[in-house]
Design a binder for this molecule. Sequence first.
Ligand code: NAD
Length: 347
Amino acid sequence: MTNIEMIREYGHEQVAYFNNEKAGLKAIIALHNTNLGPAVGGCRLWNYSSEEAALFDVLRLSRGMSHKNAAAGLPLGGAKGVILADPSQKTPQMFEAFGEAVNTFMGKYYTAEDVNTDTKDADYILRTTEYVVGREKVSGDPSPFTVIGVYDGIRAVAKFLNGSDSVEGMKIAVQGLGKVGMGLAETLAEAGAELIVCNNSNREAMKYAVEKLGAKEVGRDEIYGVECDIFAPCALGAVVNEKTIPQFKCRAIAGAANNVIYDDAAGEALKARGIVYAPDFIINGGGVINAGQEAFTTYDKEKVLEQVHNIYNTVYRMLEESKETGKPEGVIATEFAENRIRNGLDA
Ligand code: NAD
């Protein structure tokens, strides 16, 4: 498939390449869809193996942002930027040049932090463009809002499984104790859940979870086979795949990680095993609900929280529809988002 065929396949409105030798910037910005409003999506910095790999990633991620924003009920489209570089090559000039690239979209693209970019980099981007969301002094760190949304999504799963949305006494396995995973573990422990945790490298986090939250520690490959009610992936994508599906001894999967299901076949296989799945881009939308507000109105924390709590209803609705139709939850969620993109947020 040629690059232009790939762009057509994903249905993008515009894909732009940027090259600024002096600033050391090589970047691609992919604007997927602006039917619902200006497009929002972070700026990822990654040392891609090839330009094709970067294009593939930015196309996939920007379409994912269209789905996430529409499903969250935001009047926003989806986009993403990628900078092709190693984190060791980061300079203020690189991000200033990225800001100039953002300006060429004249307000149709708002950028934000993402993998390998942080608030300091966002400050450099802000030197040359105003089209940045998730600013430190406005909406701030999105992670606490992601935690709230994931917890609400887990309560919706509990309601679907048990008829009650209390997590008290439920066994929940949390993979990854980073910004979201640890916040989630703390919230779940406070609500009376029994925790099982694993983290690949952060010993301090593990010690805290075991000693302060009463969690049971397991190895990083053991977590998939742990007997539990809910497996909450909060580290990596693609953890539901042909290797892990036979190992799962959980009743449901609900966590913060993006692109949890490896591919359509994995979604079908999970459904066939009777394991309930809370679609990733719906349950983890709290962060973008918080940051995205900056792109279309004055930031208002109360309104943000109201919208984040609505994740409970959306997740529950997806699970019910999946049960009625027999389609995997991820497919239901994608159809829901695409319908809104075509027909508006009330669809
Ligand atoms: P983070 O980098 O703070 O935490 C991830 C943690 O997972 C790290 O502590 C890392 O050591 C651990 N980890 C990595 N590989 C692991 C493995 N194989 N087994 C166990 N632990 C492993 O990231 P975060 O911000 O907490 O985000 C977690 C996930 O949620 C990511 O997939 C991210 O894309 C997604 N997400 C985050 C947000 C947000 O607001 N931060 C929003 C939406 C989605």
